[in-house]
Write a protein that binds this ligand. Structure first.
Ligand code: PDD
Length: 282
């Protein structure tokens, strides 16, 4: 693979030369927020919404922005073009920058901005065709999951555990209810065809794909209930799926070894995936 061009604080560099300080608070404290936007047909999907969420994450942490959202968008577009990427992901991260190690925020932080692209087949994949398996894991993350920070060790542990057990991913559980997946929002389709997904709060990330998919449902009079659901409800559901910018609408066909529906991607799930793809490339 050719070396990628990575953006670091004003410079477009070959990935080997892209470096950040060991004193960066992103490295020392995970004092950093990020966004992942998908690229399809060389276009960023739903990027405005990602930038609005980035601003919200920054505001919640009183972290200064490295530049305006318009400037960030211009860099994003330049990155897609320089890396000549048709399908994949654009990752961007803002940190509070480098400072002597101290738990208190530095007085005059100089934020860091980094970006890189990653090739990935999102529109077509075996996982999307066949569905994926999940296990449940306790949700041991902090209580501000609405802020998209880089504190991702626990989701990483949960995914590792899923792989160890021969599954693809984990859905996280708090007080018997599913919160969300390690890096995605979780849904079931009940036997009467209603889509159920957890309501927005500080307990989950406010997914950009979630919002787009719920809009598609509302436009088509597909019934939606935004409420908590249990693991038992997942086992008795007609269908299950998750959404994220890196996978769009992804069928989930088993949980903790129990088959969901007939063990194949559900009809409504498949339809939503197609609708999302159609809208995305418009
Ligand atoms: N993750 N919930 C969590 C915990 C997430 O990390 C993500 C996204 C989502 C879905 O949000 P969106 O639809 O805006 O991508 C929900 C990204 C893709 C990641 O960390 O790679």
């Amino acid at each position: 693979m050719m070396s990628r061009t990575v953006y670091v604080n004003g410079e477009y560099l070959p990935e080997e030369d892209a470096k950040i300080s060991v004193f960066d608070r992103g490295f020392l404290f995970a004092d950093a927020v990020y966004e992942v936007a998908s690229i399809l047909g060389g276009k960023l999907i739903d990027n405005k919404a990602h930038l609005i969420r980035l601003q919200r994450s920054l505001d919640e942490l009183e972290m200064p922005a490295p530049c305006t959202l318009e400037e960030i968008e211009a860099i994003q577009l330049e990155m897609v073009s320089l890396n000549n990427i048709e399908e994949g992901l654009l990752y961007l991260q803002v940190t509070r920058g480098a400072a002597d190690r101290d738990f208190a925020y530095p007085k005059n932080p100089v934020p860091s901005l980094v970006m890189f692209t990653q090739e990935k087949k999102i529109a077509q994949s075996a996982a999307a065709d066949n569905g994926i398996s999940v296990i449940t894991q306790p949700d041991l993350r902090w209580d501000r999951r609405d802020i998209k920070t880089t504190q991702l060790l626990y989701p990483s542990m949960a995914k590792h555990e899923a792989k160890k057990q021969g599954a693809d991913d984990a859905w996280l559980v708090e007080d018997d209810f599913i919160t969300e997946g390690t890096s995605n929002n979780a849904y079931i389709v009940t036997q009467d065809g209603t889509i159920v997904t957890r309501q927005l709060s500080t307990e989950i990330l406010h997914g950009i794909t979630r919002k787009a998919v719920l809009n598609l449902c509302a436009e088509r009079q597909i019934k939606i209930e935004e409420r908590k659901f249990t693991v038992e409800e997942v086992k008795n559901a007609k269908e299950a799926f998750f959404t994220s910018a890196s996978a769009f609408v992804m069928p989930v066909v088993s949980i903790d070894g129990a088959t969901i529906g007939d063990g194949k991607p559900g009809e409504l799930t498949k339809r939503l995936r197609e609708l999302y793809l159609e809208e995305a490339v418009k």
